[in-house]
Every structure is written in structure tokens, then in C-alpha cells.
Design a binder for this molecule. Structure first.
Ligand SMILES: [Fe+2]
Length: 293
């Protein structure tokens, strides 16, 4: 592990080789100066997910912190936000069992398989800022995987081939039931009445770092357009296994108040379903993204 102090007095502790750092030395519930915001953004782009332990955000200051890094969207395209702040999407399996019972088979035992958030829309989110509200004493950790490192770990020949391919992303299998339950969703100010599949490149170029990242995920990618279905199934299952190899990942154990900020253009994440009936609540603010290219 390394600990470095940046110009704005942030203390940064890397949590694994390729991804994830904890940042201390800043109270993110207060307005931040531009130098601090720039330092945080630089560390975030490099480490893909950053964690701020021991913070004291509420929904208003959560949105204010997120706004330093982009434009908050609706909390989710189909799941309504909390009453006081529609930009805040809350996940509480205990309080909203009916809602999550409609989920497709991505959800198992209150865990969530590997995915990148909301890739089933034309412009998936840039990133998300998550606040741990209620945390099990043990269990409910989140895994994150670096999809730039995963792409870089492939052979040049496979990298070149993948760069010619397009994938279909479909939110229907997971969220069709939720949409039926709530009637209508909303994204980028427009009503969502049905979940139409969208296409994204299998490999995207990160608009800020220039890195190429693998951009398929088992949560929402259905198939690769240019291949026969059996070829697509085999290639995707290889890529899903490769993209979450242990060396590309970090596993984070939450404490109440901890805030995480991940780059949705360069990561996948998964929630470990090992906390049974223990209460776990998180709130998330999501930032508007661009069309992958
Ligand atoms: Fe997620």
C-alpha cells in the first residue's frame, strides 16, 4: 500500500494493485475548492473507484458533492428516487421487497451479480456516488473491477478483434417487472414507458483518459451483433470471466457514512449476497454520461 499527500492535503491509500483508493483528510459535506475537486477527479480517473470513510452526508449534501463532478440525473430510469430528492436512488431490500421481487435473475439472495450501471440506455451514466447508510456488521461488501486493466490484459489480436464488435444491452430482463409495477420511468427528463435494447461498442475509448475499456457486462449485455449466437455466448462468457479476474478487482467492506465514487465507463461492480436478513441501505446519486464510442 502507498500513502501520498496531494497538493490539497488529501491522504490517499491504495487498496489493491489496479483499482480502488481510500481518501481521507477532506470533509465532503462542505463546499470544496476547485483544487481539491481537481485532485479528487485525477485520483478517481486513475483508481476508477474511490472511497471516503467517516463522512456525514445527507441527501442534500450528497447531491451537492456529486455536482462537483457532473450533472446529477434522475436516480434511475425505472426505479423512483426518494420522496424528498428524486435524484437519490435508495436500495433497501428490506423496505422494498415487493420491488426487488420483480427483479430478473441478476439478483440472488439480496446480492447483485457483476454489472455496469444502466448500460441499457443510449447514454449510460458517467459515474455514481454511493453513500452507505445502514451496513451489516459483516457481509454486503461490494466488488469493483477495472475494465481498462482487463482490456489491457488481453492479447493484441483479441483486442483488435473485439474493437470491431458491437453489443446489444437490454434492461428488460431485470427491470421489465419493475416498470410494470411503477407504470412509467424517467431518464434525461423523458418518460420511459418501455425498455428498448440499445447498441454499444464492445470496447469503448474513455473520453477523459483515452484508455480503452471492455464494455460488456453480464447484467445487461444480451449478445454481440456481428456473431452467431453460439459464438457470442462463448465469447461473452470468456470476457465475463476475464473481466473480473481477482487481480483486476477490489473488495470493499462498508462502514456507515462511507461514500464511494466510481467511474461507470471503466468498471463493473457486484454486491456480495452474504448478509441474509441483516439490514443494508445505500443511497446513490448518478451523473449524466455520454454515448460510448
Ligand atoms: Fe450497480
Amino acid at each position: 500500500m502507498t500513502a501520498v499527500t496531494t497538493t490539497s492535503q488529501l491522504t490517499v491509500t491504495d487498496l489493491s494493485g489496479y483499482i480502488g483508493s481510500e481518501i481521507r483528510g477532506v470533509d465532503i459535506s462542505r463546499p470544496l475548492d476547485p483544487e481539491t475537486v481537481a485532485d479528487i477527479r485525477r485520483i478517481w480517473l486513475d483508481r476508477k473507484v474511490i472511497f471516503f470513510p467517516g463522512q456525514t452526508l445527507d441527501p442534500d449534501t450528497h447531491i451537492a458533492f456529486a455536482s462537483n463532478f457532473g450533472e446529477p440525473t434522475e436516480g434511475h430510469p425505472v426505479i423512483p428516487g426518494i420522496k424528498s430528492n428524486p435524484e437519490v436512488f435508495e436500495i433497501d431490500y428490506t423496505a422494498a421487497r415487493d420491488l426487488y421481487a420483480t427483479y430478473g435473475d441478476i439478483s440472488r439472495d439480496s446480492g447483485l451479480n457483476w454489472h455496469t450501471d444502466v448500460t441499457f440506455v443510449t447514454r449510460p451514466p458517467l459515474g455514481s456516488i454511493l453513500r452507505a447508510v445502514v451496513v451489516p456488521d459483516a457481509g454486503g461488501d461490494t466488488l469493483f473491477s477495472n475494465q481498462a486493466a482487463a482490456f489491457a490484459g488481453l492479447s493484441p489480436a483479441l483486442q483488435d478483434f473485439l474493437s470491431t464488435l458491437t453489443a446489444v444491452h437490454d434492461g428488460g430482463p431485470q427491470f421489465r417487472g419493475v416498470l410494470e409495477l411503477v407504470g412509467e420511468g424517467k431518464w434525461e427528463g423523458k418518460p420511459i414507458k418501455a425498455l428498448e435494447p440499445v447498441e454499444h461498442p464492445v470496447v469503448r475509448t474513455h473520453p477523459e483518459t483515452g484508455e480503452r475499456t471492455l464494455f460488456v457486462n453480464p447484467g445487461f449485455t444480451s449478445h454481440i451483433v456481428e456473431l452467431a449466437r453460439s459464438e457470442s455466448d462463448a465469447l461473452l462468457s470468456y470476457l465475463y470471466a476475464h473481466s473480473v479476474r481477482p487481480e483486476y478487482t477490489v473488495r470493499y467492506h462498508w462502514t456507515p457514512g462511507t461514500v464511494a465514487f466510481w467511474d461507470n465507463r471503466a468498471t463493473q461492480h457486484a454486491v456480495i449476497g452474504d448478509y441474509g436478513d441483516q439490514h443494508r441501505v445505500i443511497q446513490r446519486v448518478t451523473l449524466r454520461g455520454d454515448a460510448p464510442r
